[in-house]
Ligand binder design. Structure first.
Ligand code: BES
Ligand code: ZN
Ligand code: ZN
Length: 471
């Protein structure tokens, strides 16, 4: 399916279907009001009414603001894909909704068919966004940038959705090095013997029972005179069985998505390099598989991390923080960054705290939290801050090591996980670091907003927006 921008009057464009966004208060004066009324259409947000004979798809919206348009446009795509129409046109109502429309079409129209022996073939071939805005150069620029970001989000989704027999730490490294080749990025991959030389005792322990060697992937995008240097760190658990603290069967299903932080980092690097942003971006990924076996790491083990901090393992299912501890430490030694952001499907507790639709944001700098939240709402991703506090920090105390990998009480589990990571952030970087817990937002089994079943690409749009705004 193709999306095209056309500069002309809407009536001048020939398409099988015209997609119309309609508020409740516009119903009465609409030319086909009588039919809509007969159909019982009330213009509720995310409901559609297909007037087949008129070639019109009416989509209810609460307002004509971006968030409502993005969601309604995604619903339109779902309806269109089940029809036999080949083309659709949508009028661009204002400059501010171009990117919401692109998201609606490209993200809402996404499907993952790699494993279907007979993939559904939608008839829909082309969607035209039509604008007669005088400032068409600006419209074109917004359209092109939005398309790059939406495609990068789908790139992230594709990797998240791939099955764990296909994506393991080694093959994820290949995906990264292919991206590096295509987008002219630098790429270094550390194998287990390199990780041993780096004394990454925490990360290596997590991957020990896997038949696939763990890797640390370092990708970098280096423009000539960057305004800022950014480090991104991604949790790349290509499968999280829980290890010896084995997950319940029902909780284990979907754990191929535990690599979503890493996939988001790859998507962001793809977008940033295609947008040719004036910022230097480093992506560090800890690619590991958490499995069981005779050589598996155990609850009661004490690990010596790269930073020399010793960690008592009390639950092998709290593995993401162990991998990130070493990768964060390595990344801080390798690159003197202005900002350090990590993305991780870190805790079920984050979902309990915020729900499935909101990413948890943790860190020390109020200013940075504020700027990131702004970028999130501009990009259409919901983010909420989960505040650290000294009482929760005490729950990570260990009797025999420097820190325990699990808190002694389950309440506030997303925050205690964030505070565990904080232990590995160097003093001079405290205000440069933010942790994104995307456990709830990275994957969905029911469609919502512009997300369909599977990986959502959480983090990509919000980080691209933040990086685009850097002065
Ligand atoms: N990958 C999981 C977190 C997760 C859970 C992500 C559900 C997405 C959906 C993580 O490694 C994990 O298992 N965390 C434990 C931590 C606990 C043992 C302290 C959890 O959340 O239960
Ligand atoms: Zn786990
Ligand atoms: Zn995990």
């Amino acid at each position: 399916m193709n999306i095209k921008l056309i500069e002309t009057e809407l009536d001048a464009v020939t398409a099988d279907v015209n997609v119309v966004f309609m508020k409740k208060d516009e119903l009465e004066s609409y030319e086909h009001a009588v039919i809509l009324q007969k159909a019982g259409f009330k213009a509720e947000q995310d409901t559609t009414c297909f007037l087949y004979e008129k070639g019109v798809l009416v989509c209810g919206v609460e307002s004509k603001k971006s968030d409502d348009i993005r969601s309604a446009c995604s619903c339109a795509m779902k309806t269109l894909k089940t029809s036999n129409f080949k083309s659709a046109k949508i009028a661009i109502l204002s400059k501010s909704v171009i990117s919401a429309l692109v998201d609606g079409v490209v993200l809402g129209g996404y499907e993952f068919n790699d494993y279907k022996s007979e993939p559904k073939k939608a008839a829909l071939e082309e969607v035209f966004l039509v604008s007669n805005d005088l400032d068409f150069t600006k419209v074109e620029e917004i359209f092109a940038n939005s398309l790059i970001i939406a495609n990068a989000t789908n790139f992230t989704r594709d990797i998240v959705n791939k099955a764990p027999q296909e994506i393991n730490p080694q093959t994820l490294s290949l995906v990264a090095s292919n991206l590096a080749k295509e987008n002219n990025l630098e790429c270094a991959i550390l194998q287990e013997d390199d990780l041993a030389k780096e004394k990454m005792g925490a990360m290596l322990a997590v991957g020990r029972a896997s038949v696939h060697g763990s890797t640390l992937i370092h990708l970098s995008y280096k423009p000539q005179n960057p305004k800022k240097v950014i480090t991104l760190v991604g949790k790349g658990l290509t499968y999280d069985s829980g290890g010896l603290s084995l997950k319940q069967p029902t909780s284990m299903v979907t754990m191929k998505m535990d690599k979503a932080g890493a996939c988001a980092v790859l998507g962001i690097l793809k977008a940033v390099s295609e947008l040719k942003l004036d910022v230097e971006v480093h992506g560090f990924i800890g690619a590991v598989e958490n499995m069981v076996g005779g050589n598996a790491y155990k609850p009661d083990d004490v690990l010596i991390s790269r930073s020399k901090t010793t960690i008592e393992v009390r639950n092998t299912d709290a593995e993401g923080r162990l991998v990130l501890a070493d990768v964060l430490d390595y990344a801080q030694d390798k690159v003197a960054a202005d900002y350090i952001f990590d993305f991780a499907t870190l805790t079920g507790a984050c979902m309990i705290a915020l729900g499935q639709y909101t990413t948890g944001l943790m860190g020390h700098s109020h200013k940075l939290k504020h700027d990131i939240s702004r970028a999130g709402s501009d990009a259409g991703e919901m983010i909420s801050s989960l505040p650290f506090n000294r009482h929760l920090k005490k729950l990570l105390k260990s009797e025999i090591a420097d820190i325990s990998n699990t808190a002694s009480k389950p309440y506030g589990g997303a925050i205690t996980a964030g505070m565990f990571l904080d232990k590995f952030i160097k003093e001079e970087n405290k205000n440069k670091w933010m942790h994104f817990d995307i456990a709830g937002t990275a994957y969905t089994e029911t469609a919502w907003d512009c997300n369909v079943y599977g990986g959502t690409g959480a983090g990509v749009r919000l980080m691209c927006e933040f990086l685009r705004e850097i002065k």
